[in-house]
Design a protein around this ligand. Structure first.
Ligand code: C5P
Length: 253
């Protein structure tokens, strides 16, 4: 039972080019009740049918499309997403408060129209975990530290009424202090000790991320590219369980 609670806090990033490749990972992980994260690579190839397939198998699904557009378009996107029955989706905080509010309006639209298949958790991307100080200041042109940018984004996401944010596990403490314990933190940039960090700049191990207070940890390549994805996932779950308290920020529907 405890492992089930822990598994519900592990989001496996299904970063695959098509449904067939994602299916082999699902076979490998069969029986582990983790969250499945579908990002743009898989969704643009396999579409809503793959979301339906995951839901049929009882998985919780985080649709990670990071919407960032004018409020009206985001509202429409959120309405369509809510019709697919995902449990969580996200928008970029950089789109501003009105845009984030529009995402919540889209959810309500679907619920009022009777097309909703879920009551999704809506979260905002703060700063991508691949962004470091130089990229932030010199390329994107945002002054200040990464932490300051992340906190500003988290605060405006909360102002807009969103349930939480995606951030590096290194920023979880600051976010919880600023926005309160129930404000959900979803943290990619997770690397077990000794693993390749790939293009992620701000990383922690699964155990450290849980100890920082992460509500959900997102793991892609350390599982999907492992010689045994199942063993890799089980080792991560064990590390999460050993790290102690798993927060329960919002009863999941
Ligand atoms: O393979 P890896 O563990 O680095 O995968 C991390 C996943 O989390 C990817 O699917 C990536 O798109 C996603 N993500 C991220 N940083 C964010 C938001 C999402 O790495 N800020």
């Amino acid at each position: 039972m405890y492992m089930e609670t822990v598994a519900g806090r592990l989001m496996v990033a299904l970063d695959y080019p098509d449904a067939r490749s994602a299916e082999s990972l699902l076979d490998e992980l069969k029986g582990i009740p983790c969250y499945m994260k579908v990002g743009m690579e898989l969704f643009y190839a396999a579409g809503p049918a793959f979301i339906e397939r995951l839901k049929r198998d009882g998985y919780k699904v985080f649709l990670d499309l990071k919407m960032h557009d004018i409020p009206n378009t985001v509202r429409g996107g959120a309405r369509s997403i809510t019709g697919m029955g995902v449990d969580m989706f996200n928008v970029h905080a950089a789109g501003g408060v009105k845009m984030m509010e529009a995402a919540l309006s889209g959810v309500k639209d679907a619920q009022q129209a009777g097309t909703a298949q879920s009551d999704p958790i809506v979260i905002a991307v703060t700063q991508l975990t691949s962004t470091d100080q130089t990229v932030l200041n010199e390329e994107i042109g945002i002054a200040g530290t990464v932490e300051e940018a992340v906190l500003r984004y988290a605060r405006i996401a909360q102002t807009a009424g969103l349930h939480g944010v995606v951030a590096s596990p290194l920023e979880v403490r600051l976010i919880k202090e600023a926005c309160g314990e129930p404000f959900i933190t979803v943290t990619p940039g997770i690397r077990p000790a000794g693993a390749d960090s790939h293009d992620q700049s701000r990383v922690l191990t699964p155990g450290e991320a849980i100890r920082q207070g992460s509500d959900y940890i997102v793991v892609g390549r350390p599982i999907t590219k492992a010689s045994s994805p199942r063993q890799a996932a089980e080792a991560i779950l064990l590390e999460m369980a050993r790290a102690g308290t798993i927060h329960d920020p919002k009863p999941c529907t």
